[in-house]
Design a protein around this ligand. Structure first.
Ligand code: PLP
Length: 283
């Protein structure tokens, strides 16, 4: 009798912080991958104490322990995509850099630096290690305008200014192929939100930068906890499924619109409520 061999399915590895209230961080990542239908591993960088009203404290794990978690998973599972969220501190950023540099697949980095209530989720005096070890080894970055502002040291009050900042950032990193610039925090008085997808053209990424936009209605809701984590995870999952970054962006915008809209009216927690990821399965 011949033995059947099956090739392993490609999977995602999420590297992020834990949110015990379940709305953001690695909990949001795993829910997103699961409802889209992708298996994921989950390496925790930091624990947080928080609920929907805010973050009360954070505790980073030792960098060597975070590194060991990543190495053990990569040594065994067929990981084609890494998604990175909260990193915690400089020693963790430093320990991850060489692993990311040697990884052959897609690395989607959501530069989580502060919670929406203002608590730092990355403690360092400057952005040097984030820039060199994380952005410098990623293929896709998914900042909102506030994160872009911290990363570039520039203030952006208009969409045009933020776009110029994002283009500069994209051009200055060789491995970076695309930026998803989330527009929810820009021109908040408008009735629409515009998200942008900037991508370097050409097979080697040496061509011009193309800019694609998705304009959608601004949904009035307080339930936005974990939208950044969910966006980056959905992009990663859709890229794994389609192999195309622009298609992944369009599918992610649709996924987010549906989840935000279906999560508008619940009252889980007293503060900024979470998204109901399972609404995707019911849609
Ligand atoms: N990751 C963790 C562990 C967090 O606690 C938070 C926010 O508090 C985030 C990520 C960012 O959340 P969001 O997706 O709302 O930007």
């Amino acid at each position: 009798m011949s033995r059947q061999t099956t090739s392993p399915p490609p999977v995602v590895l999420s590297i992020a912080g834990s949110d015990p209230s379940g709305g953001a961080g690695i909990q949001a990542d795993i829910k997103t991958f699961t409802v889209i239908g992708i298996y994921s591993g989950a390496v925790i960088t930091s624990l947080t104490c928080q609920n929907t009203t805010g973050v009360s404290s954070t505790l980073s794990l030792p960098a060597s322990f975070v590194k060991q978690q990543v190495e053990d998973v990569l040594a065994d599972l067929y990981v084609t995509h890494i998604k990175i969220g909260m990193i915690g501190d400089e020693s963790i950023a430093e320990s991850l850099g060489p692993i990311l540099a040697g990884f052959q697949g897609e690395i989607v980095y959501d530069p989580v630096l502060r919670s929406s209530s203002g608590t730092p989720l990355y403690s360092a005096d400057n952005m040097e290690l984030i820039t060199n070890q994380l952005i410098g080894n990623s293929t896709v970055l998914t900042p909102n305008s506030e994160e872009l502002k911290i990363l570039t040291g520039q203030d952006y009050s208009t969409t045009d200014a933020a776009l110029i900042g994002a283009q500069k950032l994209l051009s200055s990193h060789k491995s970076l192929r695309a930026i998803c610039l989330k527009g929810g925090h820009i021109e908040t008085d408008k009735e629409t939100v515009t998200d942008f997808f900037l991508e370097k053209k050409g097979p080697d990424g040496k061509g011009k930068i193309s800019i694609h936009q998705a304009i959608h209605p601004r949904i009035q809701t307080k339930n936005t906890h974990g939208t950044g984590c969910t966006f980056a995870s959905a992009f990663t999952a859709f890229h794994l499924l389609t192999g195309n970054r622009k298609t992944a962006f369009d599918k992610t915008v649709h996924f987010m619109d549906l989840l935000i809209s279906k999560s508008r009216s619940h009252s889980i927690g007293r503060g900024k409520g979470p998204l109901l990821h399972h609404a995707w399965l019911e849609s």
